[in-house]
Design a protein around this ligand. Structure first.
Ligand code: ADP
Length: 504
């Protein structure tokens, strides 16, 4: 059986492991595949969003610039270029932080002086204007570096001036970037980065977000860029990693369950096989146990019938043998019948207050002859303070008889049996002690299982059905009690029935 089940389990394991490996590999490959295409798609979408955003910002900025320059041009063309009028104009245009007007000769026309540090930025920018820029008749906007915007405008006196101005970054952020990008629908985060790469604007916090790509913003802000960020955990790689984890987890769970199923099945199978073996042993043992007393009875009966026993004392002994063997037979058959009743759930117990002493004596009485025959020394201690105990006297008597029977069966050369009935708290303790072969501690739990017999009982030539102790345990449990064993190999055994003194 061992090698067959081992082969079966190995087969089952291979049957699971092989498809599992294939499924895992396929899953991995397809996830990788999916990841790369998802990444591609994600980048494409991000680029579209970024380009669209850049165009939008560029357009809004152009419109704002045009509007301001239009007003400035109108004012200059009308000859209204007094510093006070220009101051007002700048005040009304929040996007324009500082405005300078420079004529072709490089003279500052408005305001009267450069403000702190501006000369170093604006003057070179104006000087760098291509000569052609001054010639054209229309207004021309040139951007020289992000902070500086230059446009050639024409005055009432028909001479060109360069309007150079710096944008107010805060207004730019609020009025242009936020209003143009804030409404764009996208699961990603849009941000505008300045020349140094710092985020001037972002729709959501960028910490832990992952940069997907960045595109140039456009002519209006040449050094700036629009960047797309994936919020934490939303990049395709993260999504795939999560999927892989989920997949692996589910897969591991599945394998675990399959494994547990196999182990369970295997154990069940083993139990069943073991049970089948125990049952067939049981049948063989019971048949043998039935046959022995029967043949003894028959032999003695026939001898008596033939009148071959002249001696009266002999005859009486033969009668006693016949009675004893019939008792044994009855006990055996009772055991088997009760056992089958218990198995079928049909065994009923009737608990009646019963004195303990007579029960113990009656039970021993049935063994008087074999005990005497085999030279057993029997001690009985029944405490005097015992009340009547609620019990099914037949059942408890049978349980006690089984214990005595075992004590006889499993005794070696030291033939002593002690029966002891005492009160322990709210319970009656009924012990049967022998000095026989004993039971190894590892078997203490199993001997009460049905059909179970300690391995060596067979080899020691003691037949038995293996249902005796199972029956004992069932009986005491039905009384709300318990049976315990203290035993060690070679040191004898002590079985104790514990019965509650009061019915529950
Ligand atoms: P059996 O018919 O084999 O005696 P039981 O259910 O009465 O079946 O007992 C189960 C096993 O417990 C026995 O096979 C024996 O190995 C062990 N056993 C029971 N009583 C004793 C005892 N008094 N001393 C040693 N072993 C015992």
């Amino acid at each position: 059986m061992g090698s067959a089940t081992a082969r079966l389990s190995a087969l089952a394991l291979i049957g699971i492991a092989a498809p599992a490996v294939v499924v895992a590999a396929l899953g991995y490959v397809s996830l990788r595949h999916w990841q790369s295409s998802a990444e591609l798609l994600f980048r494409e979408q991000a680029r579209d969003v970024a380009v669209m955003a850049a165009q939008k910002v560029d357009m809004m900025l152009r419109l704002a610039d045009e509007a301001f320059l239009d007003r400035l041009q109108t004012q200059l063309a009308a000859g209204d270029d007094s510093p006070a009028a220009l101051d007002r104009l700048v005040d009304e245009a929040p996007l324009v932080r500082r405005l300078y007007l420079v004529d072709r000769g490089g003279r500052l026309r408005y305001p009267s002086a450069w403000r702190e540090g501006d000369a170093t930025v604006f003057e070179p920018a104006v000087r760098a204007l291509p000569a052609g820029a001054w010639e054209r008749g229309s207004k021309r906007r040139v951007v020289a570096g992000t902070p500086v915007c230059l446009a050639v405008l024409w005055t009432a006196r028909r001479e060109p001036v360069v309007a150079a101005y710096a944008r107010d970054v805060e207004t730019l952020r609020r009025d242009v970037l936020e209003s143009s990008l804030g409404s764009l629908e996208s699961p990603t985060i849009l941000a505008v980065l300045d020349a140094a790469g710092g985020a001037v604007y972002s729709r959501a916090p960028l910490e832990r977000a992952e940069r997907v790509l960045a595109v140039d913003l456009g002519e209006a802000l040449p050094d700036w860029r629009v960047a797309v960020y994936a919020p934490p955990g939303t990049a395709p790689r993260d999504v795939v990693r999560r999927q892989v984890m989920m997949f692996t987890g589910a897969f591991a769970g599945l394998l675990l369950m399959l494994g547990a199923g196999i182990v369970l099945c295997w154990r069940l199978l083993r139990r069943e096989t073991e049970m089948a073996r125990l049952k067939s042993d049981f049948v063989a043992n019971v048949s043998h146990d039935l046959k022995t007393p029967l043949s003894v009875i028959r032999m003695f009966g026939e001898t008596l019938e033939l009148g071959r026993v002249p001696d009266e004392a002999r005859r009486r002994e033969y009668y006693r043998v016949i009675t004893r063997e019939s008792e044994r037979l009855t006990r055996l058959i009772d055991n088997v019948l009760d056992f089958s009743r218990i198995e079928g759930g049909r065994r009923r117990y009737e608990l009646v207050p019963t004195p303990v002493e007579p029960l113990v004596r009656d039970t021993l009485e049935a063994f008087a002859y074999p005990l005497e025959q085999q030279g057993f020394k029997v001690e009985v201690h029944v405490a005097t303070d015992l009340p009547e105990v609620p019990m099914d006297a037949d059942a408890i008597g049978q349980a006690l008889a089984n214990l005595v029977d075992n004590a006889v069966k499993y005794s070696g050369t030291e033939r002593v049996i002690v029966l002891d009935a005492r009160r322990e708290g709210e319970r009656l303790a009924l012990s049967v002690t022998d000095r026989g072969v004993g039971i190894p501690p590892s078997e203490h739990g199993r001997i009460f299982e049905k059909f179970y017999r300690v391995g060596q009982s067979e080899t020691q030539g003691r037949r038995g059905s293996g249902v005796g102790l199972a029956l004992v345990r069932h009986v005491v449990r039905a009384h709300g009690g318990e049976v315990t064993v203290q035993s060690a190999p070679g040191r004898g055994s002590r079985f104790t029935l514990w019965l509650p003194l009061r019915e529950r």
